[in-house]
Design a protein around this ligand. Structure first.
Ligand code: ASP
Length: 331
């Protein structure tokens, strides 16, 4: 008897009729932004735009009817998990949420590859958040279905960076020529690791403002240097930096990544953005934050039209709808 060898994902003859096997992102994993080009981004944002219009017009539609998403979260999440759920449901698909890993077989010691190989028996695409860098790649290597990285420890958060880029484009209509200032925990913040890499595809200047112990990792600075990106580091947020910024990207100090609580306490309120901070900022500057925020932006800023962070969350829905449709061969 010959044993059954599962066919590779891209040549799987058992795929349901109607999938567009020629769609450019069909069957692809989304693990890192490192392989993405400017052309990829334009394509994703074109689809995200269409999603935005469709949601405004009809709310939900049946593009992914019959498809099932596994939403597997080993770390807390509000926006990423609920926006992926909303994205799938607005496209007519359904979701198996696994947030309480303590109640799944993970609590019995099941390995990540085994969990992934189980879930892909029941679903068409897997969204994974995990505390370890590289976990999404391990999952993708184990899976025949597409895996989307929803944050791997302090590594990357590619879908957040895509929605951040989409936000900048929707709000400011260009990325070329902008000055983007990232503030806060640039060492442990995975969103800024992915975002700086995507920004490097455009002609931008990036300012990094962080306490010494929370600086942007040297390997990312070097990577961007090699691409000729203009970068500058600061340990205080000067008036000059604020005035020159088109985007102020604020991040939370990532308490859960600190081994030493005293170090966290020392840095947690290093930068607090208040209405006063924005007094001399450009009228068209936008303030972004991946959220959750703790103390780094005071609620007083919320009323300022430059506060783009709630709109940023909404853009995330359209980008995630686009990505799901693309990897499932429908866009
Ligand atoms: N929600 C973002 C993340 O999962 C940012 C944060 O947690 O501070 O990385």
């Amino acid at each position: 008897m010959t044993s059954f060898v599962p066919p590779l994902r891209k040549t799987n003859p058992h795929l349901p009729f109607g999938d567009q096997r020629t769609a450019p992102w069909y069957g692809h994993d989304i693990i890192s932004v490192k392989e993405m080009s400017r052309k990829d981004l334009e394509y994703i944002f074109g689809v995200a735009h269409e999603m935005r219009e469709m949601v405004a017009r009809v709310g939900s539609f049946d593009l992914l009817k019959g498809k099932i998403l596994a939403n597997l979260f080993y770390e807390p999440s509000t926006r990423t998990s609920s926006s992926f759920t909303s994205a799938m449901e607005r496209l007519g698909g359904s979701v198996i949420p696994i947030n309480e890993v303590h109640y799944s077989s993970v609590a019995k010691g099941e390995s990540l590859p085994d969990t992934i190989r189980t879930l892909e028996c029941y679903t068409d695409v897997i969204v994974l958040r995990h505390p370890e860098v590289g976990a999404a790649k391990i999952a993708a290597d184990a899976a025949r279905k597409p895996v989307i990285n929803a944050g791997d420890g302090i590594g990357e958060h590619p879908t957040q960076a895509l929605l951040d880029m989409f936000t900048i484009l929707e709000e400011l209509h260009t990325v070329d020529g902008l000055t983007v200032t990232m503030v806060g925990d640039l060492k442990f913040g995975r969103t800024v690791h992915s975002l700086s890499r995507l920004l490097s595809l455009y002609g931008v200047k990036i300012n990094y403002v962080a306490p010494e112990i929370l600086r942007m990792p040297a390997e990312i600075i070097t990577e961007l240097d090699e691409k000729g990106v203009s970068q500058a580091q600061y340990d205080v947020l000067t008036e000059e930096v604020i005035q020159s910024s088109d985007v102020l990207y604020v991040t939370r100090v990532q308490r859960e990544r600190f081994k030493d609580t005293a170090e966290y306490e020392k840095t947690k309120d290093a930068f607090i953005i208040s209405p006063d901070t924005l007094t001399h900022a450009k009228d068209k500057m936008i303030v972004m934050h991946p959220f959750p925020r703790v103390n780094e932006i005071t609620p007083g800023v919320d009323e300022d039209p430059r506060a783009a962070y709630f709109r940023q969350m909404e853009y995330g829905l359209y980008v995630r709808m686009a990505l799901l449709a693309m990897v499932l061969g429908k866009a």
